[in-house]
Ligand binder design. Structure first.
Ligand code: ASP
Length: 338
């Protein structure tokens, strides 16, 4: 068993009962999924990430935090795991391409001082989250896109690589046969990884990285690199991040609104739910409704956390000292077929 797994096991075994069962990092098991059985308040630090690929990301981020790494570095390392994994088809290397067969990446990162860095429509660089952090650290700007973002990355020592794996290329060729654009709701491993961290000092950080919607138009940018849409935090209040149909999240400034509702006193789950309901209402007569799925995760300063999605199927990974690393199912509004 690797050292990392030992570490996780210890974290899980440091607790009693239920948490020893759920402190599991074997991503093939469903036994680690819980829904509403744990208190939604935990002692800081806490790391929360969207989807099942969040388990491995959390594990890496947690081990970095425990080594004393700054939270933003822990996020870069954590979400860097699915970015580098060719089997995660929605993030970084191996991500599904756009309709022209190009893998284009979006990412952003934000710290407790509201400093942000973001890249969008970036090609050929495996770790867009690390480039986003360089934008934060080394430029007077928040966001770089396309060729400019790539040139900046190369000047910072990043290496250009082909990110289109044979499997994703084949999937694209299959798609070309019909060339019908309709995002598929709730395909696990189809979605963005967003990670929120409440660190030991009580400060909040976040990051988000994705290859975006498969078969999108060349040049399309989703919500994920847009501060306020795919990710937002206010260190006085809390943080939120989104997954799902990026266009719907941009139209409604989704993550910023979740944070604002937490400011007004809603719990993270209540705030996520209210914004999902607002998005649903705004799209009642919209052409996107048939494939509309959105999900949010959120955490506040007190260590309360939660998530909510429009349709079933969304889950997120949560890691805290007492309960270890586990998947939690999001509550949702609609049944599948509505
Ligand atoms: N929100 C991402 C986008 O629209 C994709 C996702 O999270 O499913 O690019």
């Amino acid at each position: 068993m690797s050292k990392r797994r030992d570490f996780i096991k210890k974290a899980a075994l440091g607790t009693v009962g239920l948490s020893t069962v759920i402190g599991c990092t074997d991503t093939s098991k469903k036994a680690d999924e819980v829904n509403g059985t744990l208190p939604k308040t935990v002692k800081k630090p806490i790391v929360i990430s969207t989807w099942r690929h969040g388990l491995a990301a959390n594990e890496e981020a947690w081990s970095q935090l425990k080594k004393g790494a700054p939270a933003l570095d822990a996020i870069v390392a954590g979400v860097g795991v699915p970015e580098a994994d060719p089997n995660v088809r929605s993030v970084g290397y191996g991500g599904f391409p756009d309709r022209e067969g190009k893998v284009t990446l979006d990412a952003c990162i934000m710290n407790h001082n509201s400093d942000c860095g973001s890249v969008a429509f970036l090609e050929g660089i495996k770790h867009p989250i690390a480039v986003a952090k360089k934008v934060l650290d080394k430029t007077p700007h928040v966001m770089l896109v396309g060729e400019g973002a790539k040139q900046f990355a190369l000047s910072e020592g990043f290496v250009e690589e082909n990110l289109l794996t044979e499997k994703s290329k084949q999937a694209w060729k299959n798609w070309l046969e019909k060339s019908k654009y309709a995002p598929v709701i709730n395909i696990e491993n189809h979605d963005t990884i967003s990670m929120l961290v409440l660190d030991e000092q009580g400060d909040i950080y976040g990051g988000c990285t994705t290859s975006g919607a498969a078969w999108k138009m060349h040049g399309r940018v989703g919500d994920s690199p847009i501060i306020g849409a795919g990710l937002f935090l206010d260190n006085d209040i809390g943080a939120a991040a989104a997954t799902g149909l990026g266009e719907a999240v941009i139209r409604t400034a989704g993550s910023a609104m979740v944070v604002e509702l937490m400011r007004q006193g809603k719990s993270p789950t209540e705030a996520c739910k209210a914004i999902v309901e607002r998005i649903y209402k705004k799209h009642a007569n919209h052409k996107d409704l048939e494939y509309l799925q959105v999900g949010f995760i959120a955490v506040n300063k007190q260590g309360d956390y939660g998530g909510f999605s429009l349709r079933p199927g969304f889950d997120y990974a949560v890691f805290d000292e007492k309960n270890g690393n586990r998947m939690e199912k999001s509550e949702f509004k609609l049944s599948k077929n509505k």
